[in-house]
Write a protein of this length. Structure first.
Length: 72
């Protein structure tokens, strides 16, 4: 149960970071979650949640640059 709470805290931190930046990289997410024993279904659910709340996930953070270019 303690590990589950810690993983939830890690996901909440990612959500806050993603809301600030508008995007998260796959590397950033996996670096944060690598120490938790999460099923592939749970990881898929996390990615789906990011998308549902408007956080883009990209391979290199380029979504942020694309969004910024669109604002100019």
């Amino acid at each position: 149960m303690k590990e589950e709470q810690s993983s939830m805290d890690a996901v909440k931190a990612l959500i806050e970071r993603g809301k600030e930046k508008g995007t998260l990289s796959y590397e950033e997410i996996m670096d944060t979650l690598q120490n938790f024993d999460l099923s592939s279904e749970k990881i898929d659910s996390i990615y789906e949640h990011f998308g549902a709340i408007g956080i883009k996930v990209s391979s290199d953070g380029s979504a942020k640059a694309d969004a910024k270019n669109g604002e100019d």
